[in-house]
Design a protein around this ligand. Structure first.
Ligand SMILES: [Fe+2]
Length: 274
C-alpha cells in the first residue's frame, strides 16, 4: 500500500511492545492499569484515527443472537473485551449495536444454538464490555473474534478482531494489524481493549445527560422533524412501554433513556414494531 498511516504504524508496533508500556499511550481512551476505561474522558481520540476496516463475514454468522454482555458458554481462558464505538471526529456513539460471534475453545462454531454469540448496545458513553473466552483455533485461520457494529440507523460494519503475538497472524491472509486488540494477561484471564471508529457522525459531547427527566424534556425544545407520534427523546422507557412513531406502534424491548437518533425505526434492538 502506498500510504501507511501513523496509526497503522503505531498499531504494528503494538505487536513488539509489552502491553504495560502501552498503557496510557496508544489506546484512544485513558484506562486504568486493570484495563477498565476511565469514564470521564471519552472524547480524547485522535482526529486522524483511521476508520475501523471491514472484513468478510465468513460462513458462521447467524442473525438473532441473544442480547447479553457475557457469553461464557463453555470452558476456556476467560477474556474481557472493553472499548468504545466512535464516530468520525472522535465522538462516541451511544446505543451502537455490537453483535459478536466466535468459535469455542476447540475452534468450533455453534451453528445450531447461540453459544458464543451475543449482541449488546453501547452505553451512554459509547462504551461496551464483553465477557467471553479466548476463541480456539480452527484450520486455515488465526485466532479471531467476529463482530458487526452498527450506529443507530446507519450501515453495518462487519469485521474481525485479532490477538497479538499469535503465530498464525503472519500467515493468515485476512489478518490486519489495524484490527489488533490490546491484550493483557491478568491472573489466569485476559483483558482486551479495542475501540471502533465508524464512518458516521458521533454524538456531540454536549448531549444532555441520560439523567434528564421526562418532565424536564417536556418543556425542552421538541424535535422539529418528528413525523408525529408519542415517542420522544430523553425519556426513560421501561420494557413493555408502547409508543407510536411515524404511524406505527412499537413496544420497548430494553429499558433505556432515548436520545435523538434512537427513533424506533432506527433501533430495532430497542423497539419492536407491534
Ligand atoms: Fe471465524
Amino acid at each position: 500500500m502506498a500510504g501507511i498511516s501513523r496509526k497503522k504504524l503505531l498499531q504494528a508496533a503494538i505487536i513488539a511492545i509489552p502491553a504495560p508500556i502501552l498503557l496510557g499511550g496508544l489506546p484512544a481512551i485513558a484506562r486504568t492499569p486493570s484495563g477498565q476505561p476511565l469514564t470521564p474522558t471519552p472524547f480524547s481520540c485522535d482526529e486522524d484515527d483511521d476508520l475501523t476496516p471491514p472484513q468478510m463475514e465468513g460462513p458462521y454468522f447467524k442473525p438473532n443472537s441473544p442480547l447479553r454482555t457475557s457469553m461464557l458458554d463453555g470452558p476456556g481462558t476467560r477474556l474481557t473485551l472493553t472499548g468504545y464505538v466512535f464516530g468520525i471526529n472522535c465522538q462516541p456513539i451511544p446505543g451502537a449495536l455490537l453483535d459478536f460471534w466466535q468459535a469455542d475453545n476447540n475452534g468450533a462454531y455453534d451453528n445450531v444454538g447461540n453459544k458464543f454469540r451475543g449482541h449488546q448496545l453501547t452505553n451512554t458513553q459509547g462504551a461496551f464490555s464483553l465477557t467471553t473466552i479466548v476463541p480456539g483455533l480452527y484450520p486455515g485461520r488465526t485466532r479471531h473474534i467476529h463482530v458487526k457494529v452498527q450506529a443507530p440507523g446507519r450501515p453495518i460494519l462487519t469485521t474481525q478482531l485479532y490477538f497479538p503475538n499469535e503465530p498464525r497472524n503472519s500467515t493468515d491472509t485476512l489478518y490486519d494489524p489495524a484490527l489488533l486488540m490490546t491484550v493483557q494477561q491478568v491472573g489466569s484471564a485476559k483483558q482486551a481493549t479495542f475501540d471502533f471508529v465508524l464512518n458516521v457522525p458521533g454524538t456531540p459531547p454536549t448531549s444532555p445527560p441520560p439523567s434528564a427527566s421526562p418532565s424536564a424534556s417536556a418543556s425542552a425544545s421538541p424535535s422539529p422533524t418528528a413525523p408525529g407520534g408519542t415517542w420522544q427523546a430523553y425519556v426513560a422507557y421501561a420494557v413493555g412501554a408502547r409508543v407510536t412513531y411515524g404511524g406505527a406502534t412499537y413496544t420497548c424491548q430494553i429499558a433505556h433513556t432515548s436520545l435523538p437518533g434512537w427513533e424506533p425505526p432506527n433501533t430495532p434492538a430497542l423497539w419492536k414494531r407491534a
